[in-house]
Design a protein around this ligand. Structure first.
Ligand code: NAD
Ligand code: GDD
Length: 351
């Protein structure tokens, strides 16, 4: 019999890629999300459109002893969403409520294995002030001092999953993702992260043109291609190690270097105008010693390789939007084959 998996946040970027991989591996998959995937059809066997903040909805979707549950649903975004301060109350409330509901229901249903996607944003700001030497080893998480409320919620939720493991024997597994990028990620609208934003800006610019970058561009990050993120997630989930463990790249670059790389891939000469904007920590990269030690694995694909695929995809989105804007009559996209949708926004009484 096929193994079963529930993917919470299946309509999002990483969740969408994860569903595709689980289906390719022969799983029966149920996806759940507030919305469907925007850029491709989701091959889930069952897709529930619903709100995981609602405990009745969560009870309805966790209706069987799934072999694996992946909890990726969150109210999240890049620096332009999480560092402005304007979304703090909502994102903390929304994500914490989802996690409280999901972990409790997984425990009640005695789910085999439960994965939770935490973030590099849990690491203390005081260890990420030097752009050349950020400290992001797992053990450095405490004394806690994340630089955003998004990071505090992630840390709180990590602790919920590990408390359920200690008190109720829940087989929970926690990864700290470091800035994941790739095709079908958010690329416009305010929640996009630096790789997609820079691909978009370069794609929209002419060769010899200028793009705006937040800050002096000397802040550093590392970026992990989504296929490797999914691979690391599955390896952790099927291991004997509960985490938390970093899933990220240790190829650290400055944002200015990221622009140069994208411009080179695009074959354009691009100059940068540094403007004020939300910046977050000064430096961050994944410390991959623990993931290597515990899983015998670490991501290996180069940033350039992932960016080549991502730039091609973002450029196609930019062209598509430009073509739609230029067209006088609204164009209806061709209908896509879809898994059956169950609308559960208004759940019925508890069974
Ligand atoms: P995403 O925003 O593309 O996906 C999250 C999905 O959760 C969205 O589709 C959203 O609609 C859904 N969601 C939000 N609230 C919901 C609700 N109340 N009920 C049901 N669904 C809801 O983000 P992503 O990049 O795919 O990230 C997946 C997970 O990984 C998130 O938990 C995120 O915080 C974490 N993470 C991502 C990164 C990254 O760089 N992408 C880094 C660190 C951690
Ligand atoms: N998004 C974005 N857009 N960032 C820009 C831009 C731009 O146009 N220009 C410069 N930057 C800079 C930001 O100021 C920040 O210093 C850096 O690029 C990285 O920004 P993001 O990719 O948006 O976010 P982040 O790395 O600070 O945090 C992300 O990664 C975390 C995990 O590592 C977020 O996605 C978090 O939600 C995630 O948990």
């Amino acid at each position: 019999m096929a193994k079963t998996a529930l993917v919470c946040g299946a309509g999002g970027f990483i969740g969408g890629h994860l569903v595709k991989r689980l289906k390719a591996d022969g799983f029966w998959v149920r996806g759940v999300d507030l919305k469907r995937n925007e850029f491709s059809s989701c091959p889930a066997d069952d897709f529930v459109v619903g709100d995981l903040r609602d405990p009745l909805l969560v009870r309805e979707v966790v209706d069987q002893a799934f072999d694996e549950v992946y909890q990726l649903a969150a109210d999240m975004g890049g620096a332009g969403y999480i560092f402005t301060g304007e979304n703090d109350a909502g994102l903390m409330h929304n994500s914490a409520t989802i996690n409280l509901n999901v972990v409790d229901e997984c425990c009640r249903r005695q789910i085999g294995r439960v994965f939770y996607s935490s973030s590099a944003c849990i690491y203390p700001a005081y260890n990420q002030e030097d752009p050349d030497n950020p400290v992001c080893s797992e053990a450095s998480a405490y004394p806690a001092a994340p630089d955003s409320e998004y990071g505090w919620e992630k840390l709180f939720s990590e602790r919920i999953y590990s408390a359920y493991r200690r008190n109720h024997g829940l087989q929970s597994f926690v990864a700290r993702y470091h800035n994941i990028f790739g095709p079908e990620g958010t690329w416009t609208g305010g929640r996009e992260k630096a790789p997609a934003a820079i691909c978009r800006k370069v794609a929209q610019a002419r060769s010899g043109g200028e793009i705006e970058i937040w800050g002096d561009g000397r802040q550093t990050r590392s970026f992990l291609y989504v296929d490797e993120c999914v691979e690391g997630t599955l390896r952790l989930m099927r291991s004997g190690f509960p985490g938390p463990v970093n899933i990220g790249s240790d190829e650290m670059v400055s944002i200015n270097q990221l622009v140069e790389l994208v411009a080179d891939i695009a074959g354009k000469r691009i100059s940068v105008r540094h403007v004020p904007g939300p910046q977050g920590v000064r430096g961050r990269t994944s410390d991959n010693r623990l993931v290597q030690e515990t899983l015998g694995w670490a991501p290996s694909r180069s940033l350039r390789e992932g960016l080549e695929r991502t730039y091609a995809w973002v450029e196609a989105q930019v062209r598509r939007e430009a073509a739609l804007d230029a067209w006088p009559v609204p164009v209806q996209p061709a209908p896509r084959p879809r898994a059956p949708v169950r609308e559960l926004a208004q759940p019925g009484p508890e069974a």
